[in-house]
Design a protein around this ligand. Structure first.
Ligand SMILES: Cc1cc2nc3c(=O)[nH]c(=O)nc-3n(C[C@H](O)[C@H](O)[C@H](O)COP(=O)(O)OP(=O)(O)OC[C@H]3O[C@@H](n4cnc5c(N)ncnc54)[C@H](O)[C@@H]3O)c2cc1C
Length: 205
């Protein structure tokens, strides 16, 4: 369920980068607005700007489409390995990475420009940026359900339900007549398989 709802800004960024075709290689659902409900009250319809849409899809297919485009670009070598350390020169500039594959020998790679993009749980953030003014902390857990044959209040809208004393519930359509339902918990229910926790500090998002 990670990153399966690409907001209009993301769709627009892909267009600007000439990578829009990465969205065309697999099934996706187009969404044109958010519909925000508080309890059973009438909702607020918040459409995206004219000509803009969000897209919902299976994240893995999208990432593989991006990787495939990167692979086909000239001068790209694709190496799947784990970075164990950043290599710095005498001026403390990052000039390369040390890596190790499972069961393999350590290797080093060097480049004029090293881009570190190892995600929200980055091991290298502090090494590159120094200590942040705040430490990320775990504020809750997101449960993701797949619901079949569900009719949402407004078609092609991501629905957000604001509940008293609880986190919001978000629903959106996916391809294949499925809907994603995201529910935020303070503590994970004991019988729920925890796949991915939400790591963020609400005061700083
Ligand atoms: C539950 C959940 C739901 C989300 N839903 C959405 C959503 O619907 N829409 C949305 O836009 N965003 C969503 N997000 C946020 C989105 O997933 C992130 O913003 C996005 O994935 C960040 O991309 P990234 O490339 O920086 O990091 P990542 O996607 O985390 O990619 C980092 C990559 O680096 C690799 N890596 C890490 N360490 C090393 C290492 N030492 N050596 C080699 N490789 C390494 C990892 O394996 C991974 O492939 C969601 C996040 C979560 C947790």
């Amino acid at each position: 369920m990670v990153a399966e709802l690409l907001q209009p800004g993301g769709v627009m960024a892909l267009k600007q980068l000439g990578l829009e075709s990465c969205l065309g290689d697999f099934e996706s659902a187009s969404l044109s607005a958010f519909y925000v409900m508080r309890g059973a009250d009438n909702g607020i319809y918040a459409p995206f700007p004219e000509g803009h849409e969000a897209r919902a899809f299976e994240h893995g297919s999208f990432v593989m489409a991006l990787r495939d485009r990167a692979r086909r670009a000239p001068n790209v070598d694709f190496i799947e390995t784990t970075v164990t350390a950043l290599i710095e020169n005498e001026d403390e500039r990052v000039v390369g990475v040390s890596t190790c594959q499972a069961g393999g020998q350590p290797e080093s790679y060097f480049a004029d420009l090293v881009v570190v993009a190892d995600g929200g749980l980055s091991k290298f953030r502090t090494a590159v940026l120094g200590h942040m003014p705040y430490e990320p902390s775990q504020m809750g857990y997101l449960a993701g359900l797949l619901v079949k044959d569900l009719t949402l209040p407004v078609a092609k809208c991501a629905t957000m339900i604001v509940l008293k004393g609880a986190g919001p519930v978000v629903l959106y359509e996916l391809p294949n007549n499925e809907c994603r339902m995201l529910v935020e918990f303070k503590e994970p229910p004991a019988d729920l398989k925890v796949c991915n926790s939400v790591l963020y500090d609400r005061d700083h998002v």
